[in-house]
Design a protein around this ligand. Structure first.
Ligand SMILES: Cc1cc2nc3c(=O)[nH]c(=O)nc-3n(C[C@H](O)[C@H](O)[C@H](O)COP(=O)(O)O)c2cc1C
Length: 162
């Protein structure tokens, strides 16, 4: 391995030792079919205005459609939704929503049944971030439940409920 790939491997390892929640970031073109992908780079950014961000790989097949969508949803997965996290991280992108219960939110974005919490966001800004785009959304609608969260740590999915 050269120095660069050594550094990449170390950075991956360090970052994977930091536990995160797991989301499905999703959108639709008009009234069209929903599309989305598994994302753990989700974080809150600002309360006033209410902003959140996600980082989307330039090489993701949904990258262009997602960053040009006027609105998108962030579905924070519940502890029993590991199969959904895996499905939305696996090729092909088409048909990921087959058999997954969802409904359009007030902005028309896909809200996945059984999520721990959901946000509906309007696109606020898109920034460059190396090999990712930083998609910033303004939170317009939100809902939450008392469900446990799905957690990603050291490459494994588990539940915050233990
Ligand atoms: C737990 C987990 C977290 C992920 N987080 C991100 C992320 O934050 N950003 C991203 O672009 N891809 C992330 N991925 C990878 C994408 O989900 C995966 O590459 C997906 O197949 C991309 O879908 P697409 O090519 O249909 O857009 C993550 C995968 C997993 C399993």
């Amino acid at each position: 391995m050269d120095q660069q790939s050594d550094r990449n491997a170390s950075l991956r390892e360090v970052m994977s030792s930091y536990p995160t929640g797991v989301t499905i970031v999703a959108a639709r073109e008009g009234d069209g079919e929903p599309f989305g992908l598994t994302v753990n780079s989700f974080t809150s950014l600002s309360l006033d205005p209410p902003l959140v961000l996600v980082c989307i790989a330039l090489c993701a097949t949904s990258h262009d459609r997602l960053i040009s969508s006027d609105a998108f949803s962030v579905n924070m997965l519940a502890g029993d939704q590991a199969p959904i996290a895996k499905r939305f991280a696996t090729d092909p992108s088409e048909g990921r929503f087959e058999g997954v219960g969802w409904r359009p939110g007030e902005l028309g974005t896909p809200l996945i049944d059984g999520s721990m919490a959901t946000l509906e966001c309007c696109r606020y800004e898109v920034l460059h971030g190396g090999d990712h785009s930083i998609l910033i959304g303004r939170v317009e609608h939100l809902a939450m439940t008392e469900r446990d969260a799905l957690v990603y740590h050291r490459g494994l999915l588990s539940t915050s409920g233990g």
